[in-house]
Design a protein around this ligand. Sequence first.
Ligand code: AMP
Length: 220
Amino acid sequence: MNPRPRLVLLGKQGAGKGTQAVRLAEHYNIAHLSTGDLFRAQAKQGTAFGLEAKRYMDGGDLVPDEIVIGVIEECIAAGGPLAEGFVLDGFPRTRAQSEELERVLGERPIDMVVHIDVPREVVVERLSERRVCVKNSGHIYSVVKPPSTLWVCDRCGGDVIQREDDTPEAINKRLDTYERDTRPIRDFYASSGRPLVTIDGMGHTDEVFARICAAIDSVL
Ligand code: AMP
């Protein structure tokens, strides 16, 4: 098995990509890149790029392709954080981003694309209940599974809050954008011959994780 796989996670917002990406990164000893986390961190630091991205994010719109692609190119370049194995979470989100990713990866392409499938009504409920740690946004809670001290992250002590784009209006807009711009990426990967698997994202996170690993290990 290739010890450092290159993975892409696809799925609606709230399908569990962030939670599973953190676990996959640990399990396969690969880098985890969440473009959403990266943009939020930049916005918090107040960089010009972060503030530009925040304008789109807060309204539930996608950040324009040319901005996102530039960031990813830097990460994948030799010596960058994604030069070896990785799991991409939230990228690519448009066909142009997928095509650009293929181009940048060149002779060492994606090993597997994992689509985590959860019905829309379930993710709407999950996103409305979701609460995230702002200090280390890999940590995800919910109103039904809060941290042991309200609202302080169990793992790092950061504040746990509701994301500004987890409001009902922004959630619905983001899911419509997913259907229009991101869903067609699956056809792109299917036609480009990359291994693509759809995993049932319902059930306990441990069960979903086991399904994903079984699918990856059967291909690599
Ligand atoms: P996420 O945390 O993945 O739900 O991303 C939050 C927001 O960041 C999205 O609603 C977009 O505004 C922006 N974003 C994250 N990744 C991308 C991407 N690959 N392309 C465009 N916008 C993105």
